[in-house]
Design a protein around this ligand. Structure first.
Ligand SMILES: Cc1cc2nc3c(=O)[nH]c(=O)nc-3n(C[C@H](O)[C@H](O)[C@H](O)COP(=O)(O)OP(=O)(O)OC[C@H]3O[C@@H](n4cnc5c(N)ncnc54)[C@H](O)[C@@H]3O)c2cc1C
Length: 379
């Protein structure tokens, strides 16, 4: 039996950040993932408001974004912003480098065959490489995989799944401008255009309506014909990807026994903005502090600090955002109201638009801004 302080399932942004931050504090970590290598991901889109400096990440892993063009079928807003499009494979490679530098053992092409749970705790895991591993703490960072969460359930809430599909295409214009589009031809869905460098962009569509999942490719074809999108990119796909983003009503508890759950498995991607990476990395750092304390004190009650920190920082915002997500699904089908709201957004300042797009608007913020805008006469 190989013994570790922390055994992590899933080497996505959550698992790699948790492994990196915990190993920095001397925690001995095993990280396993069924994918072939760090960058073996099924989609590359990652528009983000991440602060690269906070994570000491190099500028090269991101492409800068300075404008957002948000449109509905009959209206548009243009706003300045300071965001980026992360090169997801480079980000994962960078996080992996830090883990390896701290002595984290990473096993790719590996999954859990059998998980032994007794007395409200995970005792050991039989891995597909025929090894058996024991850990003081286990972390489920496997996104939709639910590797440990299935064996010792922490998140049992119903998930809302958004299906996304995207092409990498040649870019003709505005290498620092992203486009977001809602409703219209996408009928209950949304679309995006994110430049990844000066010559290529990702064009994608997403929907939260399960009946539309089978027609996601047709939705993308329709989106590529929207005049502004057709002008900005060539309909000549160089690569194509699909993926599922999972969210839900926010949880209040992310630990049970000697298990913590982090990232998409724990609904920690922002439900309104669909932005995951920045939030799951922050959540993973919170988890790493509690895991380190639990390992050092050999006392699992320290894991509760992670749940508490997350709830204090995000619960109320995410509750509002989950309701906003439901409202947006409905709004995408009310074309006149959607156009009206986008036109109204034209009166808002860049910072208000940015707060909304970042998914950081509280209920009070939205009400205050709405009432102010409703009083402004339309020109
Ligand atoms: C199409 C799409 C577009 C998106 N766009 C953006 C965006 O623009 N900006 C943004 O910030 N976020 C975006 N997101 C969300 C973001 O990708 C997620 O929130 C983030 O990747 C979650 O990180 P994670 O580490 O929790 O999970 P994941 O990234 O899903 O990583 C989970 C890891 O677990 C592994 N795994 C799964 N099952 C098993 C198993 N049984 N055994 C072993 N390993 C397993 C997987 O191989 C994977 O490496 C998007 C998501 C999708 C689907």
């Amino acid at each position: 039996m190989d013994t570790y302080d922390l055994v992590v399932a899933g080497a996505g942004p959550a698992g790699l950040t948790l492994a990196w931050k915990a190993s920095e504090q001397g925690v001995r970590v095993l990280l396993f993932d069924r994918k072939k290598n760090a960058g073996h991901v099924s989609y590359t889109t990652s528009a983000s408001y991440i602060d690269l400096k906070r994570w000491a990440l190099p500028d090269e892993i991101a492409h800068p974004i300075t404008t957002i063009h948000f449109s509905s079928p009959g209206a548009a807003i243009r706003s300045s912003t300071r965001a980026c499009v992360l090169r997801r494979r480079q980000l994962l490679a960078e996080l992996e480098k830090r883990c390896l530098g701290n002595g984290v053992e990473i096993r790719y092409g590996t999954y859990a065959r059998d998980i032994d749970v007794r007395d409200e705790a995970i005792r050991n895991v039989q891995l597909s490489d025929k090894s058996a591993v024991d850990g003081a703490v286990f972390a489920d960072c496997s996104g939709l995989g639910n590797v440990f969460n299935r064996a010792l359930p922490v998140n049992t809430s119903p998930a809302t799944r958004a299906l996304g599909y995207e092409h990498v295409v040649p870019l003709n214009s505005e290498p620092e401008g992203i486009d977001l589009y809602m409703g219209g031809v996408l009928d209950g869905g949304y679309g995006w255009l994110f430049p990844v460098d000066d010559e290529r962009a990702i064009v994608g569509v997403g929907t939260l309506v399960p009946e539309h999942f089978p027609r996601i490719r047709q939705m993308l074809d329709l989106f590529l014909k929207v005049p502004r999108i057709a002008e900005r990119v060539e309909n000549n796909p160089l690569e194509s990807y699909g993926g599922v983003f999972q969210s839900g009503m926010p949880l209040k508890r992310f630990h049970r026994g000697n298990l913590v759950i982090v990232g998409d498995v724990a609904f920690q991607g922002n439900p309104a903005a669909g932005e995951g990476i920045r939030y799951v990395m922050d959540s993973a750092e919170m988890a790493s502090r509690a895991v380190t304390a639990a390992v050092k004190a050999q006392d699992m009650s320290h894991l509760g600090a992670y749940s508490q920190d997350w709830v204090d920082k995000y619960y109320s915002l995410y509750r509002t955002n989950y309701k906003v997500q439901r409202f947006l699904v409905w709004l995408t089908r009310q074309t006149r109201l959607l156009d009206f709201m986008v036109r109204m957004g034209n009166k808002a300042s860049d910072s208000t638009v940015e707060t909304l797009v970042r998914g950081e608007a509280s209920g009070a913020f939205v009400l205050a801004k709405l009432s102010k805008l409703l009083y402004k006469p339309f020109t």
